[in-house]
Design a protein. Sequence first.
Length: 361
Amino acid sequence: MLEHLYASVLDAARFEDFATDLRVAMNGSLVALQSDEPTHRHHVQHHYAGSSIDVRPPDYANDASQNLYFVRGAAAFAAEGVIDGMHLFAPGELERTAFYDEILAPLGVHYSMGLCLHADASGNILALTISRDRHRQPFDSGALDLAKRLLPHVRNVLQLQQRLQQLESTASIMDRVSHGVWLLDAFGHVVRANPVAQALLAEHRGGIRQQGRMLAVIWRADGDVLANAVRAACTRFCARRSDFLLHDAAGRAWAACTVHPLQARAFDPWQSTDQAAALLLLHPLAASPATPGHILREVFGLTHAEAELAQLLVQHGSLAGCADKLGKSHETLRTQLKALFAKTETHHQADLIRRLVATVG
């Protein structure tokens, strides 16, 4: 059973085989994937295990379309992970409801057990349910024990499938970005590079190259800057972004570079050691001379006016000293200063000036 389950990570069709194994092992008549949200409407996403019963769309205007299993047991289900629906109702109580007559009985569902695959803070639940018809006995302690032992495996497979989908989506996005993009692990090893990044490496005339699995810089002084940026992005609990310049062999500013931390996943222990921990974005500067204003616009995404103010702040050290030079109102300069704080991720003028000086020299 577990062989089919874990094979479904790479081949979704194998989950159908697992569902068949599960139905047989649990002496069930139907296996289904269902979802629930705070209104507890009846949502069947898929029926497995060769069910020949058509799933008709529920009548959402009718209270019978509320899934009474979730109405009664959603909180306990999310907390315990596995629940036997028979324990939620007094004997004969469920059979006297419209939900049973209009939803369950046509599907041949008389007893149900659920495995909670995921529950979020908003009350949304994803569940795998196994049902028995009225010709079978209720679920016993052996069936409950089997469900509890299977639950962590099914959850792991779901998380792995989601992680693969995220990686595929990330790869697709990376390939469409016009900047060079590298995914790096916590040691700075390259996990993936997009086509633009590969082209930049192939040019052999910029400020970066790859040695084995590591990125290396051409201008020696950039080595510590890059290493510190990757280390800062991968620091647990206090990861931070870094913006800096890379230089060519002659020491000229060549590209604006940003290293972003990537949020850790709850199921990282299942991932391989080359789990991406940081995203490196590289944008070569235009061929025109790299003036301080041009560099600041490229590195931080500043407007021309913001870059002009930034340069004057470095020269004069205060906003008051810039006002006469620019001929702008204090309120206008305050607004531009707030934009500088946001784009450089600083909070005080002294920190801002230090960062600007470190960027343009």
